[in-house]
Write a protein that binds this ligand. Structure first.
Ligand code: SF4
Length: 310
């Protein structure tokens, strides 16, 4: 079994800089525009690789170099020309009336972002060339840094999503040891929400948890919640790293793995009871909900635009 080299604390991160050929990737599968008015036209990944190295991450399945795939979590390639490419795409009108997902196969707020501010530069480019809808997906409290830019975006055209996969810090440390504690993520997304930005908790994937306690934590922090199962990656679990499945068994959570659909059903029912059914969605339908409820139509785009950057 390919254990994908779980990262140890002393493993050095390899950071490289490269010139990307393009920055907007047409989506396929889980996030794609299958039904008009839903889904995302483009994914935007300012980085390749990811220092967070989540045990269940499906992104390595899209890395075609065997060694790089095995060493997932130990390297990050910086797309140094990301902002330039995005501004060029914007000038050509490619962002116009499009839904953009930042990011799908990396975290836009991973540790190196604090220094490089590449994601921030991409956001600034999208202030000038606004898409129909920008969804920012992260698990890093660093996202709060860019609240000033989110606030300059027209309401209805921006949502910020924080991955919160469990209420249990012990579970978080098993499956996401390199990520921020749950409390820090909740504090961050609550700060984004209090700044007036629509917020989502992405329970993706749902890990072992206490659903009542999770609801209590999420209630003040986010506007709505989307729940995805451990296998809900658009590929029926084929792309999910095997490391996570090993951890489930190793730590006595094998029943959650075996009865994953039931765990999702029960947890979703509890969250809906405590938070209200309109605030809790499941799987792709949940991710599409943001597209249906946010994102103004093209005629309105002519009348509303982002406020000036400076
Ligand atoms: S933050 Fe996202 S891209 Fe990075 S390792 Fe975790 S699941 Fe994968």
């Amino acid at each position: 079994m390919d254990r994908m080299n779980p990262q140890r604390p002393n493993d050095a991160m390899q950071i490289t800089h490269q010139e990307a050929r393009s920055i907007l990737t047409e989506t396929r599968g889980f996030t794609s525009v299958e039904v008009p008015g839903t889904g995302f036209h483009y994914s935007l990944n300012p980085y390749r690789g990811c220092a967070f190295n989540c045990s269940y991450c499906y992104a390595p399945a899209f890395v075609f170099d065997d060694e790089a795939r095995r060493n997932w979590g130990r390297w990050v390639a910086v797309k140094a020309n990301a902002e330039h490419l995005l501004r060029t795409a914007g000038r050509k009108g490619k962002l116009r009336n499009k839904n953009v997902y930042l990011s799908t196969v990396t975290d836009p707020y991973q540790p190196i972002e604090r220094k490089l501010q590449l994601t921030r530069a991409c956001l600034q480019a999208m202030l000038l060339f606004p898409p129909r809808l920008l969804t920012v997906q992260t698990r890093s409290p660093l996202v709060v840094r860019d609240n000033d830019l989110f606030q300059r975006m027209t309401p209805g055209r921006i949502a910020v999503c924080m991955s919160i996969t469990t209420d249990d810090e012990a579970v978080r440390r098993i499956f996401e040891p390199a990520c921020a504690p749950i409390a820090k993520r909740l504090e961050a997304i609550r700060t984004v929400r209090e700044a007036g930005i629509p917020t989502q908790a992405s329970i993706a994937p749902l890990l072992p948890c206490n659903a009542e306690r999770l609801a209590d934590l999420l209630d003040p922090a986010v506007d709505w919640v989307v729940v995805s199962s451990f296998r809900d990656d658009g590929g029926e679990g084929r792309k999910t790293r095997q490391w996570a499945a090993e951890l489930y068994r190793e730590h006595g959570y094998g029943n959650y793995l075996h009865d994953g659909d039931e765990h999702v059903r029960q947890t979703t029912a509890t969250l809906q009871r405590l938070l209200g059914p309109e605030r809790v969605r499941v799987g792709k339908d949940g991710f599409d909900q943001v597209c249906r409820e946010l994102g103004v139509d093209e005629p309105q785009l002519e009348q509303t635009s982002f406020l000036p950057v400076h």
